[in-house]
Each structure stands twice: as C-alpha cells, then as structure tokens.
Ligand binder design. Structure first.
Ligand code: ZN
Length: 208
C-alpha cells in the first residue's frame, strides 16, 4: 500500500494544481455515460461466468471494516485498488470517507429492495423507488458500488466530503451516477460507482 499511496500522492498533487483542468475532467465525466465503462466491467464478469450478487470471495477484496461490517469491492478492472487509493488520498487531505455498504449479495439486495419500497409510503404495492435496484441489477451486486460514510455518517448533499469526492474521485475511476446526484428526485449522495479510467489503472497497475 505504501508504494501505491506514494504514486498517488504525485497523481493527487498534479490533480490539485490545475483546478480548471480538474473541473474540465469532471465535466467530461459528467457528460460521459457512466454506465459505459462500468457495464464493460460487468460484461467482463458475466463473460467469466459470474452473476450479480454471487461473486466468490476470490473476486472481491475487503477494503475496510467498520463496526464489524466488511466493505468488499470487486477486483475487476482494479476497482478495489482504486478505492483504496481514493480513500488514502482523502485521508491525506483530512477527509474521512469509508465504505458503509459495498458489495451486496443477491439476498442482501433483495432485502434492501423490499424494505426500501415499503419504506416509501404508497410504494409497497407499486414500483419500487428507483434508486434501490431490483435484486440482480444493482452495481453493489457486482462489487462496483460503494455507499460512502463521512465524518457525520452517510453522506448528505451538504457533506463536505461530497465536494472532495466530486473534485477527485473521478480521477480514481469512481463517479457519482447521474441519477444519484443531488437535485435528482431519488438522490443518493452516498452512492458512488466504479467505472475505471486508463489513468488510474496505469497508476495503480505500475506499482508493486
Ligand atoms: Zn448504493
């Protein structure tokens, strides 16, 4: 980890200097279909015979542990390493972020779906509230989504950690899907997904 952190220190310093460039990169990220790259990773997993919510432990990395909960992120595309690099970069900037809910098994997603749709009044008999994905379709089931906790708990739209993530997470291949952004009817400021970037995979992959 030490070497990865070292390499990404340089990356982050480079990222912080040209603020306009960073903003430009975020703009590009925002306009690019986030599902493009993540669906490529999903395709990769499916081609290898894996199913949503049924990834074996060998395809996952425990990136952190909180109150006994193990946050697992997929290894595909370097998602796990990118997450750890992102968390380390945040820590160096004095920003505390942690994976509060990460990989979800099919059964856990089904439970979340059921409780969420009943949690919203009038939803129990109708369509589920869109942000809670139907079991078998969530990016959590591929180990490519993390619900992020900050210093004050699950991130909200005014959490300072959210601003930091908006600025820097895309450089690590982690993006905020459009539907989850603040201002959307089903906003989930805490829900971030891995889409990968060549920049990140190069930086992380070159480390030993
Ligand atoms: Zn989520």
């Amino acid at each position: 980890m030490g070497r990865i952190v070292g390499g990404l220190t340089i990356l982050l310093v480079a990222a912080m200097a040209p603020v306009v460039l960073v903003a430009g990169a975020i703009g590009a990220m925002a306009s690019a279909p986030a599902s493009g790259s993540s669906s490529a990773l999903v395709t990769q997993l499916q081609a290898a015979g894996y199913e949503n919510g049924r990834l074996p432990d060998g395809q996952l990395t425990v990136v952190s542990e909180r109150l006994g909960y193990q946050c697992k992120v997929a290894k595909v595309g370097g998602a796990d390493l990118a997450w750890m690099a992102l968390a380390a970069a945040a820590e160096r900037d004095g920003v505390a972020i942690e994976g509060g809910w990460c990989y979800r098994t099919y059964e856990a997603q089904a439970a979340a779906w059921n409780s969420r749709r009943c949690y919203i009044p009038g939803n129990c008999d109708g369509d589920p509230y869109p942000p809670t994905a139907r079991p078998g379709t969530s990016m959590h089931g591929w180990g490519l989504a993390v619900d992020i906790w900050g210093a004050s708990g699950l991130l909200g739209c005014s959490s300072p950690e959210l601003l930091w993530l908006q600025l820097f997470a895309p450089r690590f291949g982690w993006v905020h899907p459009e539907w989850a952004r603040c201002g959307q009817p089903g906003a989930e400021p805490w829900h971030w997904e891995y889409v990968g970037t060549d920049l990140v995979s190069g930086e992380v992959g070159d480390e030993e």
